[in-house]
Design a protein around this ligand. Structure first.
Ligand code: URA
Ligand code: SF4
Length: 194
């Protein structure tokens, strides 16, 4: 079946494909510009997100907003989603079977949005989106290209709140994202190469 936003949101809102449905208040499908060039992927909803049904609205979200503003963009111009759409109890990491059950929704979001640049916020996003199980400190700052889409792994905002000394590196990563978007825009304006 061809994916559409309507069927996607309906499916997520009624989803019982993994045990995380049992404790959720609201599923958090994601939000933003459905045609965004830039997408952010976090881990899963926390308490504030579970209460409101919106991604990154707690303390981590405030920091993410600040960083989005710092590269000259607004939250409504990007798309923000998570690996799992329902809150893991006590904010534990999603289990592999939960991430696997939820991944088709994220894939449908990629297909519908077709972002050019995707920022992976933290180790969980890196592990489940790119299949790379390594520390975010080793992967961050290095572009990974898959089928013309550019992935930038960086620290999760909650890691930056715990250890502000990591903010300098995160800022480098965000500046690299800003440069990549400008570069891609220029290439698009120049049209296809002869
Ligand atoms: N942390 C995440 O990974 N995602 C959210 O939506 C909020 C906090
Ligand atoms: Fe469904 Fe994903 Fe929620 Fe699990 S986390 S119940 S797969 S929407």
């Amino acid at each position: 079946m061809k994916a559409s936003w309507e069927t996607l949101l309906e499916s997520v809102n009624g989803c019982r494909m993994c045990r995380l449905c049992e404790n959720r208040t609201h599923p958090v499908p994601g939000e933003g510009d459905p045609n965004a060039r830039l997408m952010f992927i976090g881990e899963g909803p926390g308490r504030d997100e579970d209460e409101q049904g919106r991604p990154f609205v707690g303390a981590s979200g405030k920091l993410l907003d600040t960083m989005i503003h710092a590269i000259g963009m607004e939250r409504c111009e990007v798309y923000i989603a998570n690996v799992v759409k329902c809150r893991p109890p006590m904010n534990r990491n999603p289990e592999p079977d939960e991430a696997a059950a939820c991944m088709p929704y994220l894939r449908q979001q990629f297909v519908l949005i077709r972002p050019r640049v995707i920022v992976l916020l933290g180790k969980i996003a890196l592990r489940y989106v790119l299949g790379e199980d390594r520390p975010i400190s080793a992967a961050r700052g290095i572009w990974v290209e898959r089928k013309g889409v550019f992935f930038m792994p960086t620290y999760h905002p909650s890691a930056l709140l715990r250890d502000p000394s990591k903010k300098r590196e995160a800022w480098e990563d965000f500046k690299a994202v800003r440069r990549k978007l400008a570069e891609l825009e220029q290439a698009d304006e120049a049209g296809p190469q002869q």
